[in-house]
Design a protein around this ligand. Structure first.
Ligand SMILES: [Zn+2]
Length: 153
Protein backbone atom coordinates (compact mmCIF):
# COMPACT_ATOMS: atom_id res chain seq x y z
CA UNK A 1 0.00 0.00 0.00
CA UNK A 2 1.20 3.47 -0.82
CA UNK A 3 2.16 5.56 2.13
CA UNK A 4 -0.27 8.25 1.04
CA UNK A 5 -3.19 5.86 1.39
CA UNK A 6 -2.33 5.30 5.01
CA UNK A 7 -2.76 8.97 5.76
CA UNK A 8 -6.49 8.66 5.41
CA UNK A 9 -8.15 5.99 7.46
CA UNK A 10 -9.55 2.93 5.76
CA UNK A 11 -13.27 2.78 5.35
CA UNK A 12 -15.52 -0.25 5.71
CA UNK A 13 -18.12 0.61 3.09
CA UNK A 14 -18.24 3.37 0.57
CA UNK A 15 -16.48 5.14 -2.26
CA UNK A 16 -12.94 6.43 -2.44
CA UNK A 17 -12.21 8.97 -5.15
CA UNK A 18 -8.47 8.85 -5.61
CA UNK A 19 -5.96 10.61 -7.87
CA UNK A 20 -7.90 13.84 -8.02
CA UNK A 21 -5.67 16.56 -9.40
CA UNK A 22 -4.09 18.60 -6.64
CA UNK A 23 -6.36 21.43 -5.58
CA UNK A 24 -9.47 20.08 -7.29
CA UNK A 25 -10.91 18.11 -4.37
CA UNK A 26 -13.29 20.81 -3.24
CA UNK A 27 -14.63 21.33 -6.76
CA UNK A 28 -15.19 17.59 -7.08
CA UNK A 29 -17.23 17.60 -3.88
CA UNK A 30 -19.29 20.51 -5.20
CA UNK A 31 -19.86 18.80 -8.54
CA UNK A 32 -21.10 15.68 -6.79
CA UNK A 33 -23.22 17.77 -4.44
CA UNK A 34 -21.61 16.06 -1.50
CA UNK A 35 -21.86 18.37 1.50
CA UNK A 36 -22.27 15.98 4.42
CA UNK A 37 -25.66 17.42 5.32
CA UNK A 38 -27.19 13.95 5.19
CA UNK A 39 -24.93 12.94 8.06
CA UNK A 40 -22.60 10.75 6.01
CA UNK A 41 -18.98 10.59 7.06
CA UNK A 42 -16.74 12.22 4.49
CA UNK A 43 -12.98 12.47 4.62
CA UNK A 44 -11.13 14.89 2.38
CA UNK A 45 -7.39 14.91 2.02
CA UNK A 46 -5.81 17.70 0.03
CA UNK A 47 -2.25 17.86 -1.29
CA UNK A 48 -1.39 14.27 -0.43
CA UNK A 49 2.13 13.36 -1.64
CA UNK A 50 1.85 11.04 -4.64
CA UNK A 51 4.99 9.83 -6.28
CA UNK A 52 7.93 12.06 -7.13
CA UNK A 53 7.16 15.67 -6.24
CA UNK A 54 3.53 15.21 -7.11
CA UNK A 55 0.44 15.74 -5.04
CA UNK A 56 -3.17 14.66 -5.26
CA UNK A 57 -6.47 15.05 -3.47
CA UNK A 58 -8.49 12.14 -2.10
CA UNK A 59 -12.14 11.99 -1.04
CA UNK A 60 -13.69 9.16 0.94
CA UNK A 61 -17.44 8.95 1.26
CA UNK A 62 -18.65 6.30 3.68
CA UNK A 63 -21.74 4.18 3.12
CA UNK A 64 -22.32 5.56 -0.34
CA UNK A 65 -21.59 3.80 -3.62
CA UNK A 66 -21.24 6.32 -6.38
CA UNK A 67 -22.48 5.28 -9.81
CA UNK A 68 -20.92 5.98 -13.22
CA UNK A 69 -23.46 8.67 -13.98
CA UNK A 70 -22.37 10.60 -10.93
CA UNK A 71 -18.67 10.10 -11.14
CA UNK A 72 -18.33 10.80 -14.85
CA UNK A 73 -19.40 14.34 -14.08
CA UNK A 74 -16.08 14.89 -12.38
CA UNK A 75 -14.08 13.81 -15.44
CA UNK A 76 -13.98 17.39 -16.67
CA UNK A 77 -12.54 18.56 -13.36
CA UNK A 78 -10.34 15.62 -12.46
CA UNK A 79 -9.73 13.45 -15.54
CA UNK A 80 -7.19 11.22 -13.77
CA UNK A 81 -9.49 10.37 -10.87
CA UNK A 82 -10.15 6.75 -10.02
CA UNK A 83 -13.29 5.52 -8.33
CA UNK A 84 -12.83 2.76 -5.79
CA UNK A 85 -15.84 0.97 -4.37
CA UNK A 86 -15.15 -0.58 -0.98
CA UNK A 87 -17.25 -3.24 0.70
CA UNK A 88 -16.29 -4.81 4.01
CA UNK A 89 -12.86 -3.13 3.78
CA UNK A 90 -12.22 -4.79 0.40
CA UNK A 91 -11.81 -3.07 -2.93
CA UNK A 92 -14.51 -4.65 -5.06
CA UNK A 93 -14.51 -2.30 -8.01
CA UNK A 94 -12.02 0.18 -9.41
CA UNK A 95 -12.80 2.34 -12.39
CA UNK A 96 -11.58 5.41 -14.20
CA UNK A 97 -13.80 8.35 -14.89
CA UNK A 98 -14.64 8.96 -18.52
CA UNK A 99 -15.75 12.16 -20.14
CA UNK A 100 -19.51 12.38 -20.58
CA UNK A 101 -21.20 13.76 -23.71
CA UNK A 102 -23.17 16.22 -21.68
CA UNK A 103 -22.68 17.95 -18.38
CA UNK A 104 -25.52 19.26 -16.35
CA UNK A 105 -25.48 21.63 -13.38
CA UNK A 106 -21.74 21.82 -12.77
CA UNK A 107 -20.86 24.88 -14.79
CA UNK A 108 -22.43 28.28 -15.16
CA UNK A 109 -22.98 29.64 -18.65
CA UNK A 110 -20.96 32.82 -19.18
CA UNK A 111 -23.72 34.46 -21.20
CA UNK A 112 -25.54 36.81 -18.81
CA UNK A 113 -28.63 36.70 -21.03
CA UNK A 114 -28.79 32.90 -21.00
CA UNK A 115 -31.98 31.52 -19.51
CA UNK A 116 -29.90 29.43 -17.07
CA UNK A 117 -28.75 32.73 -15.53
CA UNK A 118 -32.28 34.08 -15.21
CA UNK A 119 -34.50 33.95 -12.16
CA UNK A 120 -36.21 30.85 -13.53
CA UNK A 121 -33.75 28.47 -11.87
CA UNK A 122 -33.16 26.36 -14.93
CA UNK A 123 -30.10 24.18 -14.43
CA UNK A 124 -27.38 24.41 -17.02
CA UNK A 125 -26.96 21.68 -19.61
CA UNK A 126 -23.88 21.69 -21.79
CA UNK A 127 -22.69 19.39 -24.54
CA UNK A 128 -19.04 18.47 -24.53
CA UNK A 129 -18.38 19.14 -28.19
CA UNK A 130 -14.59 18.74 -28.13
CA UNK A 131 -13.18 16.27 -25.64
CA UNK A 132 -9.55 17.01 -26.55
CA UNK A 133 -9.72 20.73 -25.90
CA UNK A 134 -12.55 20.44 -23.38
CA UNK A 135 -14.92 22.76 -25.18
CA UNK A 136 -18.54 22.93 -24.07
CA UNK A 137 -21.59 24.34 -25.77
CA UNK A 138 -24.54 25.63 -23.80
CA UNK A 139 -27.66 23.82 -24.90
CA UNK A 140 -29.86 26.82 -24.22
CA UNK A 141 -28.01 29.73 -25.82
CA UNK A 142 -25.41 27.83 -27.88
CA UNK A 143 -22.52 29.81 -26.42
CA UNK A 144 -19.17 28.04 -26.78
CA UNK A 145 -17.38 27.69 -23.46
CA UNK A 146 -13.87 26.65 -22.49
CA UNK A 147 -13.79 24.42 -19.41
CA UNK A 148 -10.66 26.16 -18.14
CA UNK A 149 -12.26 29.58 -18.17
CA UNK A 150 -15.74 28.72 -17.07
CA UNK A 151 -17.22 29.33 -13.61
CA UNK A 152 -18.58 26.58 -11.42
CA UNK A 153 -22.16 26.78 -10.36
ZN1 LIG B 1 -26.14 29.60 -22.07
Amino acid sequence: MEQSELMVRRIKEGTVIDHIDEGKGIQVLDALRIDGKDGSLITIALNVPSGKSKKKDIIKVENKFLKDDDTNKIAVIAPKATINIIKNYKLIEKRRVSLPNEIDRIFRCSNPDCITNSAEHIESVMDLIDKESMILKCRYCARILDVNEIKYN
